[in-house]
Structures are given as C-alpha cells and as structure tokens.
Design a binder for this molecule. Sequence first.
Ligand code: B12
Length: 219
Amino acid sequence: MSSTEIYGRLKDALLELDEATVLDLTRKALDGGAPPLEVIEAGLTPAITEVGARFERGDFFLPELLVSADIFTKAIDVVKPHLTREEGTARGLVVIGTVKGDIHEIGKNVVKLMLEVAGYEVIDLGIDVPLQAFVDKQRETGADIIAASALLSSTMPLLKDLVGLARRSGVSAAIIVGGAPVREKHAVEYGADGYSPDAVGAVRLVEELVSKVRADRTA
Ligand code: B12
C-alpha cells in the first residue's frame, strides 16, 4: 500500500472512530518508511480537519469530536518516538498556549511538536491561559517568541489584547498568532508579528522572527 493510500484509509478510519485501525495504519506508514512529519501533516492533520468540517456541517456531534480528538492524540503519540530532533543547543525559546476561555489544544500541540522537532525549546502553558501568564513566562525565561492559539470567535479578540498587554509590558519577544478562525488580516489588525495557517508555516515564521528578535535586542 502506498503512503497516499494509507493516508486515505487513515482518514476513513478516523471518521469511523476506529482507533485500532488508525493506530495500525499510522504504524504501517512509519514502518513503510514514510517520514514522521509527513504522517502528521499529510495523514493525521487532514483527517482531524475533515472531522472538524463534518462537525460544522452538523454530521458529527460533540461525543464524536471528543473521541476523534483522543484517537488523534494517541496516533501522534505513536509518531513521536520516530521524530528525530535537531541536535545541539536550542535554536530559540518559544512560549506557547491557548488563550483564556478556550480549551482547544490539538492545533497548538501540533505546532509545539513541529517546533520541537525543528530544534526549538518550547514551554507549553497549556489551555485556558490567562494573558498575563504569557507575559510573565516570557519575562521569567527571556523567550524569543510568544505563540498564542485561539479557536473560538469569543476568544480570538484576546489575541489582540495579548499583543497590547505584551507591548505595554515592554516584552522583547515576537508575538505570533494562529488557530482555525484566525486569518492574516486579523494578525495584522491585532498588531501581531506573524501568523501562519499551519504548523509547517509556524516553524518558518519562528525561524525568521528569532533572528529578528535577537538582532533587535543587541541593536
Ligand atoms: C476538536 C474540536 C473540539 C474539541 C477540542 C479537543 C481538544 N483536546 O483540543 C472539543 C470537543 C473539546 C471542542 C469543544 C468546543 N468547541 Co470545538 N472544535 C473542534 C474542531 C472540530 C477541530 C479543531 C481542531 O482540533 N482542528 C485540527 C487542528 C490540527 O487544527 P487547528 O486547531 O486549526 O490548528 C492548526 C492551525 O490553525 C495552526 N495553529 C493553531 N494554533 C496556532 C497557533 C499559532 C501561534 C500558529 C502560528 C498556528 C496555529 O496550526 C495547526 C496545525 O496545522 C473545530 C472545527 C474546526 N474546523 O476547526 C471546532 C470548533 C473550533 N469548536 C467550536 C465550538 C463552538 C466548541 C464549543 C463551544 C462547543 C460546545 N458547544 O461546547 C466547545 C468550546 C469549549 C471551549 N471553551 O474552548 C466551533 C467554534 C465556532 C466559533 N466561531 O466560535 C468550531 C469552529 C466548530 C463549529 N463550527 O461549530 N471542540
């Protein structure tokens, strides 16, 4: 079976909430030599995204969402030991979290994982994180980047509040934002330093911004 076929079946299995098959196909893809990052990006992420689309269409309900989120997390755990991290000192320090009032963590966790694999140290504040906690942790650690995730219309405006709070507090880190409803135009409106619609883009963004932040600090 080719990787593409496996990913197609993987999506079907997740939509059927068939945990054993999802985990089995994830292992098959890895054993067949598929790169672990590809398994996450091309296999698992489109599958959970389709779950989201079905929920939005009213074909799936909360119980199915919870089960699929749990299966997705277990599949990521299968992939994790196959990921080789870039060796050496960390390329930068990132504080990440999902903002107050929001408990969505799947996307944030994928971004965190990709950053770690790319050689960054990531401090994960978790979900439902008060804005002040992002600022306090950056201050305590001297992190280069604050990365904030929001998935609800009601919590998206907090990204703007976070940028405002961080700027007023004189934080010397770049602030990046993301989450399914967030678009480039919001990031611009909020005054954030960057936005990406996905985890691969988030890594690229962090790469660019860490150099910029460090150059600004020494200027
Ligand atoms: C899974 C899910 C849940 C799960 C979360 C499980 C978990 N452990 O995270 C559960 C069931 C708990 C849940 C709860 C709720 N949910 Co919900 N949920 C979803 C769903 C279906 C998928 C989200 C997801 O995980 N996607 C997969 C990941 C990989 O994608 P992602 O999060 O977008 O992340 C990617 C990018 O956005 C980006 N990214 C993410 N974060 C960041 C951060 C940075 C800095 C960067 C650069 C990039 C980045 O990279 C990621 C990887 O590629 C979405 C639908 C959707 N289409 O998004 C609804 C959705 C977000 N939920 C919704 C709602 C309404 C709720 C509830 C209020 C439902 C309820 N009635 O109780 C509660 C909210 C509780 C709360 N206070 O937060 C709505 C929001 C509507 C709105 N406009 O506000 C959505 C859009 C569904 C809908 N259309 O109704 N949900």
